[in-house]
Structure formats: C-alpha cells, structure tokens
Ligand binder design. Structure first.
Ligand code: GDG
Length: 511
C-alpha cells in the first residue's frame, strides 16, 4: 500500500486540488485535518478476506466527499476488526479504497474499556441524552468521565502529530469536547482549531443537568471557531457559557466568547446535502428498473401510495411514534387501508446501550402490531427492514415515495429530510416533518409540520399529505428544493471554512 502523502507535499508535487480551501481563503498550502469518532471506511474480516464498509450516519456520509474534495486528511477511531491489517507504520491508510485521489485516514486505537467509558458511556449515555433533552435517560457511571478525558487526549495527540504551520484541525461532534482545550499545549498558535457540533445544543435549564458540564464547556472554548447548526443552538450555547463559566464574557453581537485562555467565535451554519448528486442518482438510467426491483422485494403494489422513513434506530428519531400515527391513520381513515404502504429503513445503532435495544424491540413490536391488525392477503401496511441500502437504491426509494416522513422527538438537523427533498427530481412528493428537527428551522411551513407525540394530529397530517392536490405538492416541493439548494453541502463547507479564513485574516486565533 502506498504511503498517503501529506496534503502540502501533494500540493508541491502537483497532485490534488485545493480549489475549495483556496476559495475559502485559507491558502493553498493549508491542510484541513478532520477529526471524528466514527471513521468513513472500516475494514472487517468477511467470508472472502478483508472487506470494506461504510458506517451509517449523517456525519461520515457528508464529510467523506468533502475531505476528498479539499484534499484533506482524517483521524478517527479504528473500530473494524481488520483495520489494523491495512494501515502503514503510522497507522494510516489511503481511502476511499482503490481511489487514485484518496486521502490519508489515520486510525486511533482504543481498548474495550476505553470504548465502554468514552463511547457507550460519557458520549452516548450522558452527552447524547442531555443534548437531546431526554434527561431521564442520562446515566453517569464512575469511570465514564475519566475514559472520555483519556480518549480525548489520544485524539489530541494524533491531531497534534499531523498539524503544523497554518493547518486547520476540524473537530466533529460531541465525542471530542475536550480536544480543543487539550490542543492548546500541543500545537502552535498558527494552527486553527474549529469544531462542528452535529447534535442540538440545549438551553441552560437542560444543560445544567450535565455531569462535568462546566469542564466540557471549558474544553469547547478552547476552539478558535465553534459551529452549530442553528441560531437557536448558538444562543443556547451562549446562555450555558454565561451560566457555567462566570469568568467568561459573551459578546453576542460579535458572536464571541472571551475567556481566560483567549477568544472563541461561535457561528451557526446548517449542514446540508449534495443537491446535485442525489437527483442524478435517483434518476439515472437504471432508476426505473431499481424501483421495480425494490417494489418486488418489499412487496409493494404498483397502485398504492408509498411513504418512507430512514433512520438509525435511535430513541430520538420518533420511529414508534411514526408507526403509531400510521396505525391511527388506518384506524380513523379506513379508505387508506389497502392504498398506502409505509417503508421504514432502520439501521442498527449503539446496541450495547439498553435504551437502544429497547427502541429496536419497540419498533418491531409496533410494526408487527399494525401489520397484524390491518394486513390482507395482498397488502401489508408497513414494510420494515434493517438492511442497508446502497445510495442509489435509497435515493430511488425517496424519489418514488409520495411521502417522506421524518418525525424525531429531537434532532440536531436531520439529513434524511433534505435527501428526500433533493431526490424529488420530478418536483413531486410531500415532506412530513417534526417541528423538533433542526431542519424544520430551515424549511419551515413548506413541509407538513407535525408533533410526533400527538398521534391524532400526526395521523391527520399524514391524511392531508396523502390527499394534497398536485398543484400544492409542486408549489411546496419547489420551495423546499430552493431551501435545500441554498443550504447545500457546498455552502456549508464554504461557510465553515470561510469562518476559519476570516479568523486567520483577523489574526483571530483565539489561543
Ligand atoms: C447526526 C445528528 C444531523 C441511513 N440508512 C441508510 C443510509 N442512511 C443515512 C441517511 C443519512 C444518514 O444516514 C442519517 O442522517 P441523520 O441526519 O439522521 O444523522 P444522525 O446519524 O442522527 O447524525 C443529525 C447529522 O448528525 C449531521 O449533522 O443531521 O441531527 O443526529 O445521510 O441517508 N444511507 C444509505 N443506506 C441506508 O440504509 N445509503
């Protein structure tokens, strides 16, 4: 396996294309080093030797393409059982596998005990429920925090090892909250540190329940730039800093936090999707045949209306609530029996945590209940699968579904809603969307809005969406498409990297 070159070495050798970093004003000799918990590619032992798969999730899907295009590099936890087999002496492997324009992925190795405390512990049993406002699910065991800190040190070491000159370290998400502060003593001031927080930032009244909350905030204000999806999360973050860090000063008009160790700029930039690639794949030459195959596979009659839901099996995604609303629809509006099929794709997630196993069981039970109650010999109301669909298949399913149903009880953004909209190359289709998803702030009333915990209202919204006139569907979808295009993935990269570039121009490194 050839040694993946450092970005700037590549640049000097004429390889790679730094168009985007240059466009953002960062200069052509700057490497953007993405650091995240989850890796974009995982190597595992399969029946025929080593296989590569791509973990499901909003973060890795969107960023892989970004890192490739900006000719950056990536650091992440190597969680595949064959990951160590394919790396070089510096724990790096070039990805995507087989690509001639790949980028270096550096793997960080964690012990089982570290994973339990850091990933299944503090990250997903403390921070995830705190940030999603589900405080009754917060469980903080001894050892979680220490594991979180020590793993954050491992990531900080790996990032510091890579970064020099004016490179940018771009941290992702809630697993790495202490890394910014830990980097201060590890990298030169010329290296800028930015952090994108993919999940909601809750208001102080919720965040105050977070064990080690003040320490986490002190970690985060180690960033030069801290970015969240929406303005509401940004204001919540400021409220939390003011309440928990009495010696810090928030200047809301400047969007900055002044603290003992420097200045942190806080911005809101919603993450979007690739609004060009998705419709291309949903309408390519094989699309009609793919749809025929999917319909045969899922036993979907040609004449029925189709709804789709796609989620990690997470208690925040409102999947049992969605199935309950479909049940209420069929119960109260029997004219839809035999006329509507809902396809739910659910990918397994964090199954070692009891609350996640519970939601998996709840979904299966809800689907079985509705199907047992309403199915006939030639019609099934809900199709449920945990199979992963290839992108092309997923986008084809979106395109052909009359309804996209996205019903989280709380969600930082939700990319599925935007993917569903982007796939509607024919300008048809209706998005039914929870008011509690960050993406609702972006698209507002062009979607049919619901509250997932109110089954009567939800069922009525499904009925309205199914019966919506052709004209209204098209008007709403055109407007939804405009919003998703205006805030697509390119805009997000430009905005975040542009924010970093502005700091550099201002001499604004916070440390
Ligand atoms: C966090 C925040 C925020 C799912 N099944 C398949 C598949 N997927 C892809 C979807 C989508 C992604 O997974 C899920 O996106 P979400 O936005 O729901 O992501 P989370 O994992 O909850 O991630 C969330 C996000 O970060 C980004 O900031 O929006 O609020 O919680 O892209 O398409 N993709 C394919 N087959 C599947 O079967 N190909």
């Amino acid at each position: 396996m050839s040694e993946p070159a450092r970005g700037s070495d590549r640049r000097r050798s004429g390889e790679g294309d730094r168009e985007r970093t240059e466009r953002a004003g960062l200069g052509d000799d700057v490497e953007v080093i993405v650091v995240s918990n989850r890796q974009p590619y995982r190597h595992r032992w399969g029946d025929d030797g080593i296989e590569v798969d791509r973990p499901t999730g909003g973060l890795t899907a969107g960023l892989d393409d970004v890192v490739r295009r900006i000719d950056g590099s990536w650091i992440a936890w190597g969680d595949g059982d064959a990951d160590a087999e394919v790396v070089d002496d510096d724990d790096r492997v070039s990805v995507p596998p087989e690509a001639s324009d790949g980028y270096p992925l550096r793997r960080v190795w964690l012990t089982g005990e570290q994973v339990d405390g850091y990933y299944y512990g503090f990250s997903n049993r403390v921070l995830w429920p705190v940030c999603h406002g589900t405080l009754s699910r917060v469980r903080s065991e001894g050892g979680y925090w220490d594991a979180y800190r020590s793993v954050n040190e491992r990531f900080a070491d790996a990032a510091a090892d890579r970064a020099d000159r004016e490179d940018v370290i771009w941290l992702q998400d809630y697993h790495l909250g202490l890394v910014p502060q830990l980097l201060a003593s590890r990298v030169p001031e010329s290296v800028l540190v930015a952090h994108f927080w993919h999940i909601p930032w809750p208001d102080w009244d919720t965040f105050r329940a977070c064990p080690h909350g003040a320490e986490l905030l002190r970690g985060l204000v180690g960033n030069d730039l801290f970015v969240v999806h929406t303005e509401r999360y940004r204001q919540h973050f400021f409220n939390c800093v003011e309440a928990a860090l009495p010696r810090a000063t928030v200047d809301r008009s400047a969007g900055r936090v002044f603290h003992r160790d420097g200045v942190t700029t806080v911005e809101a930039h919603p993450l979007g999707v690739d609004t060009e690639r998705i419709p291309e794949l949903s309408t390519d030459d094989g699309a009609d045949e793919r749809w025929r195959r999917l319909r045969a596979q899922y036993d979907i009659d040609e004449d029925v209306s189709v709804g789709v839901g796609v989620d990690r099996l997470d208690y925040t995604k409102g999947i049992p609530e969605r199935i309950a609303a479909i049940e209420r629809l069929l119960e109260t509006r029997p004219e839809w029996q035999g006329e509507f099929t809902f396809v739910q794709i659910g990918s397994e997630s964090r199954s070692r945590i009891p609350a996640y196993r519970e939601v998996q069981t709840e979904v299966v039970e809800a689907v079985n209940r509705v199907n047992a109650r309403f199915r006939t010999d030639d019609w099934r109301p809900v199709v449920y699968t945990t199979d992963r669909l290839a992108d092309r298949e997923l986008y084809t399913l979106y395109r052909n579904a009359d309804l996209g149903v996205v019903s989280p009880v709380r969600d930082g953004m939700n990319l599925v809603a935007q993917e569903y909209v982007a796939a509607q190359a024919d300008g048809d289709g209706v998005l039914v969307l929870s008011r509690q998803a960050g993406v609702h702030d972006l698209v507002g009333d062009d979607a049919v809005s619901i509250t997932p915990q109110a089954p009567d209202e939800f069922a009525a919204a499904l009925a309205d969406a199914l019966a919506m006139s052709d004209r209204e569907r098209r008007v709403r979808m055109a407007s939804l498409l405009d919003s998703c295009r205006a805030f697509d993935i390119d805009r997000w990269i430009d905005d975040v990297l542009g924010g970093v570039a502005r700091l550099r121009e201002d001499g604004g490194a916070g440390r």
